[in-house]
Design a protein around this ligand. Structure first.
Ligand code: UD1
Length: 465
């Protein structure tokens, strides 16, 4: 038996045709607590070289999975990343009554045929931000939804007012009580939706709810991230009529029926960017494979400014260093600006560059909480609100540190790989929400990184002793 994160286990069974299948089943366990005791131990200072393969995008997969609720036929998703946010999305689908089968470690077949349940319970939804996509998908299918307020990385205030604004525009009544979001509509009718802020989640949720609404929906001031285009492509492959995804005006002509499809999740540009920065931070030479170079342009262009070489090929990029790293300034912005989800990794790289760099966070209120941990490793960074000033010291030293969120964890991994000595990273369950087989992939490129699990019993003994 092979187990995946967040309590979903895969059981190998036989398909009628004789091909192997993996069927999901739920495990009632203390998996969350187990996870919390795991850590990464990194012996730093090794130059990364060789090839690293990027998985499917987390932020696409967590929307595509609930999107399957919109159709009554089986759908097959390929290039699905093996991360705990995906396991959680699959678990929610399963708990709601969908049939979920893993055909291989990165391919899942899901059927929501005959599904009647429109409620996502608190215990599942609270664990990840992306559970809000069940709101749009369930509303689109049943004209009603009941989902717990979402959880996710602590990056500051994370309202969902724009999601609710979109649902209301389509004719839904929205109510939040006792931690649950309730949506109800007699019927959904296409409408003009102007988003007051550029929001990835609100754009995708509006698309999910509008795809089967009667008439035309126009989303203005829409987000333009690659995963938005991926959701549109996926829904269109199911028979939806969506135009303009990837621009700031998306037009959706509602259709009555969506059919089953087979679709491959877009490569994860943030995972790719993380490996690119890891290669640069270790003075390495790495071919990052299974990417769409166009999606990496904001990252590639900053890396080049810092003195890193990036060669682009059809579906891979080679990142290599042959000189000193130099300072730059970065401001994070919605796509096609520099992605906020690459800010902690890039800040870490700039601690190794010559000169003073200024990083301005333009999306989230609190995205510098990891800086305290980097300081423990010798970084010289001062933070004032949404601005960080990095004095490049050219070196970091290994230390025990804690990941406070997903990308903060990725930044500490990069710091550990580049640092002199040993770094132990705790709370890696944050990292495992979004990076598939991270230690294994880095080891293939020459990193000395181990995942160390401490048995629960050992901890209990230590505490009671
Ligand atoms: C998504 C990503 C996250 C990334 C972020 C920005 C997923 C699962 N997560 O998060 O990794 O960091 O995009 O690229 O895809 N806002 C409002 N009202 C709303 C919604 C958002 O004011 O109703 C604000 C937020 O507070 C934030 C900004 O809009 O300041 C952007 O948020 P948004 O794009 O919605 O982020 P998420 O979709 O939650």
């Amino acid at each position: 038996m092979k187990s995946r994160g967040c309590g979903v286990q895969l059981r190998r069974t036989k398909e009628r045709m004789g091909a192997p299948l993996c069927a999901l089943r739920m495990v009632r366990s203390d998996e969350g607590e187990n996870n919390k005791l795991d850590k990464f131990v990194i012996k730093g200072g090794r130059r990364l070289s060789g090839e690293i393969e990027v998985s499917g995008a987390k932020n696409a997969a967590v929307a595509l999975i609930p999107a399957i609720l919109l159709c009554d036929e089986p759908c097959v998703l390929e290039n699905v990343p093996d991360i705990s946010d995906v396991s959680m999305s699959l678990r929610i689908m399963y708990e709601m009554g969908a049939k979920v089968e893993m055909l291989d470690p990165t391919t899942v077949r899901i059927s929501a045929e005959g599904l009647k349940n429109f409620c996502v319970p608190y215990e599942s939804a609270r664990r990840m931000r992306a559970s809000y996509y069940f709101l749009g998908a369930l509303l689109g299918r049943f004209c009603k939804a009941r989902v717990s307020m979402p959880g996710g990385c602590p990056l500051g205030d994370r309202p969902i007012d724009q999601h609710l604004k979109a649902f209301s525009a389509l004719g839904a009544k929205c109510n939040i009580e006792h931690g649950m979001v309730d949506l109800f509509a007699e019927k959904l009718t296409g409408s003009q939706i102007y988003l007051d802020v550029v929001s990835v989640g609100a754009t995708m949720n509006a698309m999910l709810a509008a795809v089967r609404a009667e008439g035309l929906t126009v989303i203005e001031n829409a987000a333009k991230e690659p995963h938005i285009v991926d959701l549109a492509n996926f829904l269109n492959s199911m028979g939806a009529d969506i135009m303009g995804a990837g621009t700031d005006v998306i037009k959706i002509r509602g259709v009555k029926h969506l059919h089953g499809t087979t679709y491959s999740v877009v490569p994860d540009q943030i995972e790719a960017g993380t490996f690119m920065v890891a290669a640069a931070a270790t003075g390495g030479d790495v071919l990052v494979k299974n990417v769409i170079p166009k999606h990496l342009e904001p990252i590639t262009s900053k890396l080049r400014k810092i003195g890193v070489n990036v060669d682009e090929y059809d579906d891979s990029v080679r990142v290599w260093v042959d000189g000193p790293l130099v300072r730059t300034n970065i401001k994070t912005m919605p796509h096609p600006g520099f992605p906020t989800d690459m800010q902690p990794q890039m800040t870490t790289l700039l601690t190794l560059a010559e000169g003073t760099s200024i990083i301005t966070e333009g999306v989230w209120e609190q995205r510098f909480r990891y800086v305290d941990e980097l300081r423990r490793m010798g970084a010289d960074i001062s933070v004032d609100g949404k601005v960080a000033v990095v004095e490049g010291t050219g070196k970091l030293t290994g230390a025990p540190v804690k990941a406070c969120d997903l990308r903060a964890g990725a930044a500490l991994i990069i710091a550990g790989l580049a640092a002199k000595g040993i770094t132990e990273i705790e709370d890696i369950y944050h990292i495992e929400r979004g990076y598939s087989n991270l230690a294994e992939k880095l080891r293939q490129a020459g990193a000395d990184i181990e995942k160390v699990s401490t048995p629960v019993a050992t901890i209990r003994e230590a505490v009671s002793g």
